[in-house]
Unconditional design. Structure first.
Length: 451
């Protein structure tokens, strides 16, 4: 069987995708052929030409909320021209069980972990057998949603084949060379889908799982052999969520590899022993979530139970060991005001990360804050924005949409005006006017160097 993955990325840069890499590897392991196309334009003719050229027996689409409307248009147009079955999975499918009513043309949606159900779906197609009892799937039956039970969580991640990053071009992978060594998150941030997924798999196995340090070394060696990157990015939500695991990894990594790497960490998890171990392993940069500089808002609304003192200490330790830092921040959080957001700016100026990222809060379906915004009537734009960098969808009682946009721009100005003004203009205006990405390749290369 030939399975073609479709990766929607309207107005987004093309990157590798850990989920697709794992799914493709599992399908190849049992003899199927896989391919991939990026869906970048609302003119679907080029995509249709590539689909005809590959000749798939099955289309598999990974969907996030910000690309949902784009995907719906694609599926409607696709089904008018092709009779090939389609199965969709991804974050939006997990969060919105009513999603299938918006795309009745699709054959099935897959929730949760997709390795087992997609492999079984392909085998059923090969035998021309019904897929309607496959676990983790839901579908429409006479306009009614039928949702099957799920497989248990994959207990031993080491049992999976090495991720198939070769399904992406070398250029795409090297644009952001990344790996992931765990699944699940122990925290309950109200803007994130992790609590939803944890509840979905209650009594179906351990939600938080790790590949062994030895398996991580095999994946790294595989990527280095095939792509020869100059740096690696470890995309686990929190690379340091298991102290023992990260210390084992840091002990093994420098024995095998010299490449610098970047990772994510929560500030309250970082102490001198961990930072020292990460430095010895050649960690170049740690990205730390601040999200809001107002401690009360951060704890009460976001349920991020760390203090400003925890955050300041984490950044100080990184500087002590000469590890660069990046901060994650949001603006337009429910119940935020311009004055409360000022605390985010002031905390960033105090810890002074090497890089900063600010996103406009987005009320994702299925999350606690997403449902809260719906109940409060804060969502004024029902169309999902393609990116949370450029557009918000909320009108808050004390923080209007226009004020949020202004705060977004002012944040970057305040952070960069005394350091590198060119970063401000490149960051804010290339996001404000995305057509410049296509017109100004030189600026794009420059921005990539800066970030």
């Amino acid at each position: 069987m030939k399975i073609l993955f479709v990766y929607p990325c309207l107005k987004l840069e093309k990157t590798a995708h850990h989920g697709i890499a794992s799914l493709s590897a599992c399908l190849k392991e049992v003899g199927h052929e896989t391919g991939l196309i990026y869906l970048e334009s609302k003119d679907f003719n080029k995509a249709f030409e590539r689909i005809r050229g590959f000749g798939p027996d099955l289309i598999a689409i990974s969907v996030v909320t910000n690309q949902w409307n784009f995907v719906k248009d694609f599926i409607s147009a696709f089904k008018r021209s092709f009779k090939i079955p389609i199965v969709c999975g991804g974050a939006h499918i997990n969060a919105d069980t009513e999603a299938i009513k918006e795309i009745p043309e699709v054959d099935a949606l897959c929730y949760g972990e997709g390795e087992y159900p997609l492999k079984e779906f392909a085998e059923r197609l090969k035998k021309n057998a019904s897929f309607k009892d496959i676990k983790n799937l839901y579908y429409l039956d006479n306009s009614k949603i039928k949702k099957n039970d799920s497989y248990p969580l994959i207990a031993e991640l080491d049992s999976l084949p090495l991720p198939d990053y070769e399904i992406f071009t070398k250029e795409v992978y090297l644009n952001y060379p990344s790996l992931s060594f765990s699944r699940g998150c122990p925290h309950n941030c109200t803007y994130c889908c992790n609590e939803l997924l944890r509840n979905m798999y209650r009594q179906k196995g351990n939600y938080i799982r790790f590949k062994s340090a030895g398996r991580a070394m095999k994946e790294i060696e595989n990527v280095i052999t095939k792509f020869n990157p100059s740096i690696l990015n470890f995309d686990d939500d929190s690379f340091t969520k298991s102290r023992k695991w990260v210390l084992d990894f840091c002990a093994e990594y420098p024995k095998r590899f010299k490449l610098p790497f970047r990772c994510n960490a929560r500030p309250e998890q970082l102490d001198e022993e961990l930072i020292s171990s990460l430095k010895k392993a050649n960690c170049e940069l740690i990205s730390i979530g601040i999200e809001s500089g107002n401690e009360d808002l951060r704890k009460r609304v976001l349920k991020r139970n760390m203090s400003n003192a925890d955050i300041e200490k984490a950044f100080e330790l990184c500087k002590k060991y000469n590890i660069k830092t990046s901060s994650f921040n949001m603006v337009g959080i429910p119940e935020e005001t311009p004055e409360l957001f000022r605390d985010t700016l002031e905390l960033n100026k105090k810890v002074m990360p090497d890089l900063v990222q600010l996103t406009i809060f987005y009320p994702y379906p299925g999350t606690e804050l997403g449902e809260y915004c719906k109940q409060k009537g804060y969502i004024v734009d029902k169309q999902h924005a393609e990116s949370y960098f450029r557009k918000g969808v909320l009108e808050l009682p004390d923080f209007s949409y226009k004020e949020i946009r202004k705060a977004y721009k002012d944040f970057y100005w305040e952070m960069y005006k005394d350091r590198n003004i060119s970063r401000y203009f490149l960051k804010v205006y290339l996001e404000e006017y995305p057509f410049l990405w296509e017109k100004a390749k030189l600026l794009k290369r420059l921005l990539k160097k800066l970030y």
